[in-house]
Design a protein around this ligand. Sequence first.
Ligand SMILES: C=C(O[C@@H]1C=C(C(=O)O)C=C[C@H]1O)C(=O)O
Length: 180
Amino acid sequence: MSEFNQLYSPLIQSAKWYSVQSWALEHTAHGAWLLESESLSRRLAQYCQHFSVTVLAQTIISNDHLSMMERKLIGNSDCLEREVILYGDQQPWVFARTLIPMTTLSGKEQDLVDLGNSPLGYRVFNTKNSRRDALEVANLGTQQQPRWARRSRLWINDKPMLVAELFLTQSPVYAKENGC
Ligand SMILES: C=C(O[C@@H]1C=C(C(=O)O)C=C[C@H]1O)C(=O)O
């Protein structure tokens, strides 16, 4: 396990998620990021010269290890758990944990197992029949110094997966607030 997983995986798994309506996100710099309904990878790539993904871990986890809410969102199948860091110009910008039910890894989507360091978002949003729903937001920091995270369900050819993303301090999400 890398330092990043040790630190961020438990953090994101214990996040308290709230509906987007619970936060005053409209017309804020961070809100535009948190509410992104298309590919986050594509958006991040516009803010750097070199965008990359590094896989930290990829394992199969039993459905028993999912929270009740995770099960409600993606069902009762065992899952492939994929944890990555998204980098902009070699800076860690986002920690992401994705749960892909084994039932989603069927038909054309069998290749999701072999994504390696290619961004999941490119694969999902390059497919015509894809969408995002069930978006929720958490603040893992304080009110003065927020550390934003979001969780959403992605659908590819009507098959679900659950993506949780933690925006790290160096990400452009905080650029305005940092006065950069
Ligand atoms: C879901 C997207 O893909 C991004 C890339 C991920 C990956 O490669 O594992 C995981 C989460 C996302 O932040 C996206 O671009 O919207």
